[in-house]
Write a protein that binds this ligand. Structure first.
Ligand code: UFG
Length: 342
């Protein structure tokens, strides 16, 4: 297949691009580089050994997006779109709700309308475990009701609804919604990985920045949750396993009758913050100084995926261990202490 990957220069997008190429697909990237460095493209080309067409485009600009897809359709064509592009910082979304609703909804609508105009009907969407909201059942299954606790999460819930409505209206679409748990890790080469701009919002990039000396200590947000050691429990998944889930979903969408499907992408196991710190220290040989801080508002005590549906329907399951996640995150961060070059 020839696949348009929006946000293909980002963390999950870049790893998925490499796996698509490795699986024999071709790739076109669309990215505005608002939260990714252009130097990632050279690294992808070096690792894949091919040149990758890149459109620098603001996907909320419908005429530009439609023109991009129309132009591709007149050339080699596009068979599917994997849509990663979007704003993703939970805390920032609380401060800037309009920016989040505007950007995440506009880009998705623009891409879908441009696909419709260009005759492309296969769409894979980056959703999130955040759509399970505050459900007290920690093990998340796809049939649970969706909800959210912040504007970022609501954009995911709303886009899922838009996609359901679209599938009802026109069953020629093949839409796969992937609900990610907590992506960590990096490509085993150490050449591509997660490079957050500014202060890291998530646990693993914070831990790796402490390990490399960019930050003094980790704040552990709360140690009085009802969990194994009182700290928050999440389902961390290696980004390489997550990327493989996209290829499995894309290939499956070509074989199924349903216009809309949803799959959790997680390991099925919960790991606490302190367990992660210990695993990272063991994998990296670096001590991670930390102090216990108050709970972060909006955080849940524990959640993890039930990944059975993805295994049953996609033949996919996560295979990388916690040690792989830590070792690969550390290789990336230690080889690129300041992230990608400008
Ligand atoms: N944590 C710390 N210190 C930090 C950062 C995080 O103790 O500096 C803790 C959190 O309190 C939580 C755990 O580490 O217990 C994981 O936190 P992350 O911020 O890495 O991940 P979240 O589970 O909060 O959020 C992630 C994604 C969101 C997504 C959500 C879905 O970042 O985009 O999962 O469940 F919405």
């Amino acid at each position: 297949m020839r696949v348009l990957v929006t946000g293909g220069a980002g963390y999950i997008g870049s790893h998925t691009v490499l796996q698509l190429l490795g699986a024999g697909h071709s790739v076109v990237i669309a990215d505005d580089f608002s939260n990714a460095k252009p130097s990632v493209i050279g690294r992808l080309e070096e690792l894949a050994g091919v040149s990758i067409p890149v459109h620098r485009v603001d996907l909320s600009d419908y005429p530009a997006t439609a023109e991009l897809i129309a132009a591709e359709q007149q050339g080699e064509g596009i068979d599917a779109v994997i849509h990663f592009a979007g704003f993703k910082a939970v805390g920032e979304s609380v401060d800037k709700p309009l920016d989040y609703y505007r950007n995440n909804l506009d880009t998705t609508l623009s891409v879908l309308e441009a696909m419709r105009a260009g005759g492309v009907r296969t769409f894979v969407f980056s959703s999130s475990a955040t759509v399970y909201g505050e459900n007290p059942v920690c093990e998340r299954t796809e049939d649970m009701p969706t909800s959210a606790t912040n504007p970022y999460g609501w954009t995911k819930v709303m886009i899922e609804q838009i996609l359901r409505d679209l599938a009802v209206a026109d069953d020629s679409w093949r839409i796969g919604v992937l609900r990610y748990f907590n992506p960590v890790g990096a490509h085993p080469s150490g050449r591509i990985g997660e490079d957050p701009s500014g202060f890291p919002n998530n646990l693993m990039p914070f831990v790796t920045q402490v390990a490399v000396g960019r930050r003094q200590e980790l704040s552990v947000f709360g140690d009085d949750y009802d969990t194994v050691d009182g700290t928050g429990v999440r389902d961390y998944i290696h980004v390489e396993d997550l990327a493989a889930g996209h290829i499995a979903a894309l290939e499956r969408l070509g074989q199924i009758d349903a216009p809309w499907s949803v799959w959790n992408l997680g390991t099925g196991s919960g790991v606490s913050v302190l367990q992660m710190v210990a695993a990272f220290a063991a994998a990296s040989g670096r001590e991670i100084p930390y102090r216990i801080a108050p709970r972060r508002p909006g955080d849940l005590a524990a959640n993890w995926a039930d990944p059975a549906k993805a295994h049953r329907e996609l033949g996919w399951r996560a295979t990388r261990t916690l040690d792989d996640m830590c070792a690969d995150s550390w290789r990336w961060q230690s080889q690129n202490p300041d992230g990608y070059p400008d």
